[in-house]
Design a protein around this ligand. Structure first.
Ligand SMILES: Nc1nc2c(c(=O)[nH]1)N[C@H]1C(S)=C(S)[C@@H](COP(=O)(O)OP(=O)(O)OC[C@H]3O[C@@H](n4cnc5c(=O)[nH]c(N)nc54)[C@H](O)[C@@H]3O)O[C@H]1N2
Ligand SMILES: Nc1nc2c(c(=O)[nH]1)N[C@H]1C(S)=C(S)[C@@H](COP(=O)(O)OP(=O)(O)OC[C@H]3O[C@@H](n4cnc5c(=O)[nH]c(N)nc54)[C@H](O)[C@@H]3O)O[C@H]1N2
Ligand code: SF4
Ligand SMILES: [Mo]
Length: 725
């Protein structure tokens, strides 16, 4: 669907600024993308799009502050002084530094950090590390969708993104804010509502979805596990589950029934604050079906996250909604198509078992970091610990691409201390960030408008293509080019093994993904997407990926590593605090509320985004505000139990949040503030959080919400003390 008009081309593509991956139409003139618009023909996004995709991506590519050549640190680390160097020098010096670390401490002392294997840069980082002989790569999924990832793997339900919202009679939205986080999903929910579907929202905060909800259940933060077990209790007690699925496709139903017997709606009311009658109503609406559950980050990234997800997935499992029209569809792909996960776990690209066993986190979190793990990535806080203490062994070099860990990892102070103490730090980024400021070498990256990508979108489902529509604007390179550049330099002396990352370009890699499938890359490029036929309920030809081949309500894998094999309710951290801690930290903090104009820490330098959202906001209930003498728009400082720092936030008084609960976002820093912190120790909520007073037993996730906290009004004196940040 390319059209040419006086040197102007419209190229079908896909935005991948975030995981929603929306179909786009790019207007290209003189090899520059001049306009980005939604593609209404795209089967997954159906014309949905957002301002980040329209403005963020383009400014990201063209803005003056974009990094356009590699940089070498000239002053002390963190001094903010860099000089421009050539790519050859940057890659030669990085390769030499990695070789030195490898010689002195062994390959395990090298680690790579990235967002995860949902994007190609995540896979390339894992494979680059493997080529160097290191199993140590850090993903941010412990803070993102990791609890769901582990839970789905244990239960055997790979249903993320496969919600068949359009055909559902009930859409249950749990800890998800689709209006901001996922426009295609939000569009589908509104379509379903218009067709008469019942919308049930489970969220302590009044998210936009509450406006269209038939039922809004408002749990106390972090108590969703209790609610899910009670919903299951009602479904079983009222005989509203699928006998057929339970008999043929579920493992451990009797044990689950036994587990939820005491989890009555009245019990859950005490735990969650939701009335027992609302719980019963929700269970009946869900039980009628077909129903799909849309889960989100609101119940993830928490120290009880895996068990909470397990409870919801068991509910899906017994309700007959697995792979049902209008239910939760399992992931689909064209036969022969290779996903990033397929490659991540492919034995051809794996390190020897005795090396993988040494991955940091593997011993303590086998379901996260071990061979059974979700993406087999490190336990991040344990890596920070290893950098600082040398335990269990030293980590001396860190390469980061597509992450801004000085803002997005909890405990900013400790993260920065770790960055300071490394022998060598390399960051691939588009702009100078609070993380890149600590680098020895900064590598300027191509943007999403300059890189070709192939994704599967479960929403269609379809294969969707991102065109490298614009000529790179600067002396920049893609992740695969950087990885290959390093591998080639190191392989010459036997310090890297090219077999782990054999593709020389993104295009070659993309052809590998499609090589054994029916998908024709040229056709895919022409349309921007490829819709493939798929089968619902193909349980015989594609059994559930668990030891029993069934949906494991009772997880054999969890039992084998000594974890609770049945879904369980673990009360949130703030309910575990001692009375003296509670006296100091009487409030509860929720972080992570998404904003329209930002993707986490991204776009903070863009004027349009700052105009839409100029300040870091914290939502405070009128009753709480009254208790503390706080009025609208005053600045406060928040501290968290166990944290090493604090965060400055602007108060907005509203009953959108519960009494005693502070709700805020994530990702704030101030590009205009002084280097190296750029406000990361001032307005960044992660400066207040600990990275693990309590970790999820399976995913190793720390709490990003449900944290005991306190607040103080910001005085002028306190503000001037913060100025250095
Ligand atoms: N504009 C924009 N879009 C984004 C992003 C972005 O930064 N900006 N980030 C992307 C990424 S990486 C992610 S992971 C997704 C995340 O997006 P979502 O999955 O939607 O997650 P959140 O926005 O963190 O939270 C969703 C809802 O969970 C609620 N919540 C908080 N605590 C609880 C709780 O204890 N129980 C329940 N039931 N609900 C709770 C919040 O109030 C919120 O309304 O968004 C993606 N989309
Ligand atoms: N307290 C708290 N902490 C959280 C969260 C929370 O809710 N609360 N949310 C968590 C979640 S869900 C997530 S996903 C993480 C996000 O954590 P990060 O991934 O660290 O955050 P981003 O700001 O999205 O991206 C960071 C950097 O990626 C680079 N980047 C952007 N696009 C590209 C690209 O195309 N290629 C490459 N190589 N680099 C690119 C930019 O340089 C940017 O600075 O934060 C987590 N941290
Ligand atoms: S939601 Fe916005 S940023 Fe995310 S993929 Fe879609 S258009 Fe891009
Ligand atoms: Mo995320």
């Amino acid at each position: 669907m390319q059209s040419h008009q006086s040197g102007v081309t419209v190229v079908p593509s896909t935005c991948w600024e975030c995981g929603a991956i929306c179909g786009s139409l790019l207007t290209v003139q003189n090899e520059r993308v001049t306009k980005i618009a939604p593609n209404p023909a795209h089967p997954a996004s159906t014309g949905a799009f957002c301002i980040k995709g329209i403005r963020g991506a383009r400014e990201w590519t063209d803005q003056a502050v974009r990094l356009r050549s590699p940089l070498r640190r000239v002053g002390d680390r963190g001094s903010g002084r860099f000089e421009r160097i050539s790519w050859d020098d940057a890659l030669d010096e990085t390769a030499a530094a990695l070789r030195k670390v490898r010689a002195a401490h062994g390959p395990l002392a090298i680690a790579g950090a990235v967002s995860g294997a949902f994007f190609s840069r995540g896979l390339f980082m894992a494979l680059l590390m493997r080529s160097l002989g290191s199993p140590n790569w850090l993903i941010n999924q412990d803070l993102c969708g990791g609890c769901r990832g582990v839970s789905q793997k244990m239960t055997g339900l790979d249903v993320a993104g496969g919600e068949d919202i359009d055909n559902a009679n009930c859409v249950m939205i749990v800890g998800r804010n689709p209006a901001i986080a996922d426009p295609p999903q939000w569009m589908a929910i509104k379509r379903a509502k218009a067709k008469g579907a019942k919308i049930v929202v489970i969220d302590p905060f009044r998210s936009p979805a509450v406006e269209i909800a038939d039922l809004w259940l408002r749990p106390a933060p972090g108590t969703d596990g209790a609610l899910a077990l009670a919903l299951t209790h009602v479904l079983i007690a009222e005989d509203m589950y699928s006998r057929e699925d339970v008999e043929h496709w579920c493992h451990g139903f009797d044990a689950l029934a036994e587990r939820v017997r005491p989890c009555t709606p009245e019990w859950a009311q005490r735990e969650t604050g939701i009335s027992a009658s609302d719980i019963v109503t929700a269970a009946r609406v869900y039980g009628e079906g077909p129903s799909c559950i849309v889960t989100g980050h609101g119940i993830d990234a928490a120290s009880n996250g895996v068990q909470t997800f397990r409870a919801y997935e068991c509910l899906i499992g017994i309700s007959g909604n697995v792979d049902r029209i209008g239910g939760n569809r399992r992931s689909k792909k064209p036969p022969g198509f290779r996903t990033y996960f397929d490659i991540l776990f492919d034995s051809a690209f794996r390190l020897p078992a005795d090396v993988e066993e040494q991955r940091i986190g593997a011993a303590k979190f086998p379901l996260w970091s071990g061979p059974l793990g979700f993406q087999m990535a490190c336990h991040n806080p344990s890596v920070i610990e290893a950098i600082l203490t040398g335990n269990p062994y030293p980590i001396k070099a860190l390469y980061m691409s597509g992450v801004n860990i000085a803002v997005t990892y909890p405990d900013t102070k400790r993260t920065i201390d770790a960055l300071k103490s490394l022998d060598h730090v390399v960051v691939a980024a588009h702009t100078m960030t609070p993380t890149a400021a600590w680098a020895d070498i900064v590598l300027p990256k191509t943007t999403t408008l300059e890189e070709e990508q192939v994704h599967i979108h479960q929403g269609g489902p379809c294969v969707t293509f991102t065109a490298a529509a614009g000529r790179p604007n600067g002396d920049v390179k893609s992740d695969i080019e950087i990885a290959r550049g390093l591998i080639e330099r190191l392989a010459a002396d036997g310090d890297a093994d090219e077999r782990f990352l054999p593709w020389r370009s993104q295009a070659e890699f993309n052809r590998f993904l499609l090589a054994d499938s029916e998908v024709d890359i040229d056709l895919l490029k022409k349309t921007g997407f490829y819709t493939f036929p798929f089968e619902q309920r193909n349980f015989h030809s594609k059994p559930f990926a668990t030891p029993t081949g069934k949906i494991e309500l009772y997880s054999e894998t969890m039992a084998s590593v000594g974890h609770d094999p049945l879904p369980n309710y673990i009360p949130p951290s703030y309910r575990h605090t001692t009375p003296d801690i509670q006296a100091i930290y009487p409030l509860v903090l929720q972080t992570g509320l998404r904003e329209k104009s930002y993707h986490h820490s991204r776009f903070r330098e863009q004027a349009w985004a700052r105009k839409v959202s100029p300040d870091p906001i914290v939502y405070i209930h009128p009753k709480t505000a009254e208790d503390y003498g706080i009025s609208d728009n005053v600045w406060i400082v928040v501290e968290v139990a166990g944290g090493s720092g604090s965060c400055r936030l602007k108060a907005k008084i509203t009953d959108d949040t519960l009494p005693g609960v502070l709700t805020t976002g994530v990702g704030w820093w101030l590009p205009e503030a002084p280097a190296p912190h750029f406000g990361a120790r001032d307005v960044n909520i992660n400066h207040a959080l600990p990275y693990g007073s309590r970790w999820d037993r399976a995913s190793g996730s720390a709490d990003t919400r449900g944290l005991a906290c306190r607040l103080e009004l910001l005085t002028d004196a306190a503000l001037s003390e913060r100025e250095e940040t």
